[in-house]
Design a protein around this ligand. Sequence first.
Ligand SMILES: *Cc1c(COP(=O)(O)O)cnc(C)c1O
Length: 444
Amino acid sequence: MDARRTLPSVERVIQELDGLPHEILAACAREAVAAARAQAERGDPVDPDDVIGDAKQRAAAIGAALLRPVLNATGVLIHTNLGRAPVADDALDAARQVAAGYSNLEYRLDTGERGSRHEHAGALLAQACGAEAGLVVNNNAAAVLLALAALARGREVVVSRGELVEIGGGFRVPEIMAESGCRLVEVGTTNRTRRADYVEAIGPETALVLKVHASNYRMVGFVETTPVSELVTLGPPVIVDAGSGLLDESTPWLPRRPSWLRDEPGVRQAVEAGAALVTFSGDKLLGGPQAGILAGRADLIGSVARHPLARATRADKMTLAALQAVAFSYLSGDATGIPLWRMATGSVDDLSARAEVIAAGVPGGKVVDTEAVAGGGALPGLTIPSAGVGVDAPGPSGERLLARLREHGVVARLEDDTVVCDLRTIDPLDDTNLAEALRTACAS
Ligand SMILES: *Cc1c(COP(=O)(O)O)cnc(C)c1O
C-alpha cells in the first residue's frame, strides 16, 4: 500500500491543536504533514498519531518561546536577560490609565496649547535628583548618543582611557562616540588618569568632558581617577554616564543605607559636584521601566530635546506615565513600593523563613545561604547576603533539573552539585508557584 494514503489531512491535524491563533496552528500542521509526506515518499509507513504529535511539539515550541513572565530564582536583581527591574504596581496602573485612553501627553490643559512630553516624568525625575531639567528617552544608550550628538557633533570629547568600556549588549563607549559624530580624545592610562591629563588634552575643539561609570568591571590596586568635582574645574561642560542610576548615594528613600552599595556613585552627587548633564537607565537601580534619563542644566536639556535624534529616541506614553509614578515614590521619600528596593533590602531572616516553608514541601529540599548580586552592570564584585532553597543534584542531574524548572518558567542556578533557587529575586506572592514547580520538577 502507498504509505501516503495514511497521511492525515492538514485540517484533521489542526483539529487536535489549540492554545494559539489558528494561523500559527495551521502552519504547524502543514509543516508536520509535509514532514510526514517526505517520510512516506521514502517508503516509511506513517502513523497519523505521530503526525499529530509532531504538530503538537511544533506548537509547544512556539508557545514556549512567547514573551511571558518567569520566576527569577537567580538572585540577580537587575537581570538584563530577564527584563531587568520589575515595575511597581502603581507605575503599571499609571501606565494603564494613561494608555487606555487619551492623555495630556503633549497638551497643556491650563492654556489649551501644545505642551511637551518632557514636562511630566522628565521634570519630576530632575527634581528627584536636584537637577534643573530632565528628559526621558528610550534607554541610556540612546541618552548618551543623543547628548553627544546634540552637544559635540564634529568636535572633541575628552574621555579617560580607563572609561572606554564595553557595557555589554554592544554598548561600547568608543563606538557610541563615533556614531554620534564627535571625535574621541583619549587621556591618561587604563588604570590612572589625573586632572593634568585632561588639562593637556583640552583645547579650542573640545566640546565636552565625558565621565563613564565603569559599571560592570572594577579596577583595584594602583588606580587613580579624577572625580567630577575636579573635572568641572577644567572648563568644558562635564557629562556623566552614571549607568545604573542610583538616584542619591545616601538613599534617603530607605530606612538605612545598605552596606553592599558601598561607593556606588549617585546621580544627585554628580549634579551637586557640577556635572552639566547626567545620564542613567530607568530599569536598573532606579527600579522603573526601560528608559534613559538625562538630567542637568536646563539650557543643555533644551538643546538635546531639539535635536532630531530626540524625536527618534523618545519615550512612549506608557513609559512616561510609569516613570512619573516612580519619580513620585522617590520624591515622597518612600521606596517600599519599588520592587527593586523591596527585594534588595529584605532581611536574610525573612528569606530563610520563606525558604524553610518551600523546602519542607520539596523532596530533598533544604535551606541554603546564598549571595545575590545587583547585576545590570551595577556594583560588580559586590554581593548581597541572601537565602534560598537548594536541591542536591549531582553530576548531569543538575542541568536536567534546571531544564525541567525552565519548563515551569523558573530560572534557577547551579552551585557545585546543588540547584539553588535564590528567594531575594522572588516575590513572596510567587512562593507557592515556585514550590509547586520545584515539587513537579524534582518528581519527574
Ligand atoms: C547599562 C549602561 C548603559 C546602557 O544603558 P541601557 O539603559 O541599557 O541602554 C550605558 N552606560 C552605562 C555606564 C551603563 O551601566
